[in-house]
Design a protein around this ligand. Structure first.
Ligand code: FES
Ligand code: FES
Length: 160
């Protein structure tokens, strides 16, 4: 079947019930998306599917056909230009062990795409990913930082 991942069409020969996470990691060697719980509870396996943060450990790959998939490998704008969320993550030194962080970043990207200026409550509601290192406060600060960066970039673009 054909998938669209990070703007490229990719053909995979797999059972249509294989979880998208296995297709990404085992078939396509895209290991940025992580396996945590395997039961859609932790968010480590999140990607954006048609713009929505989606847990892929129990999502059959067939459900992703015809929808754009964006993974952690695809959010930087070109090789050197990190996204605002990635830059804010570095600025706020969010990760501890790092294992949950690609899922956290994908959820944050999806949140900010849908809500450019989220309140604490919005962040708590949208960010249901689990971090065993307890980075939640820094995640919240980084999302607010990324929101400011995105707003600055948008106003710069509109003034050109
Ligand atoms: S590995 Fe998918 S939600 Fe935990
Ligand atoms: S940074 Fe270690 S699990 Fe989140």
């Amino acid at each position: 079947m054909e998938l669209n991942i990070n703007g490229k069409n990719v053909t995979v020969e797999v059972e249509d019930t294989m979880p998208l996470l296995w297709v990404l990691r085992d078939e396509l060697n895209m290991t940025g998306t992580k396996y945590g719980c395997g039961v859609s509870a932790c968010g480590a396996c999140s990607v954006m599917l048609d713009g929505v943060a989606t847990r892929t450990c129990i999502l059959p790959v067939a459900a992703a056909v015809g929808k754009p998939i964006k993974t952690i490998e695809g959010i930087a704008d070109g090789e050197n230009q990190l996204s605002a969320v990635q830059r804010a993550w570095i600025e706020h030194q969010v990760p501890q062990c790092g294992y949950c962080q690609s899922g956290m970043i994908m959820a944050a990207e999806a949140l900010l795409d849908n809500n450019p200026d989220p309140s604490d409550e919005d962040i708590d509601k949208a960010m249901t990913n689990i971090c065993r290192c307890g980075t939640y406060q820094r995640v919240r600060s980084a999302i607010k930082g990324a929101a400011k960066m995105r707003a600055g970039e948008n106003s710069l673009l509109s003034s050109l």
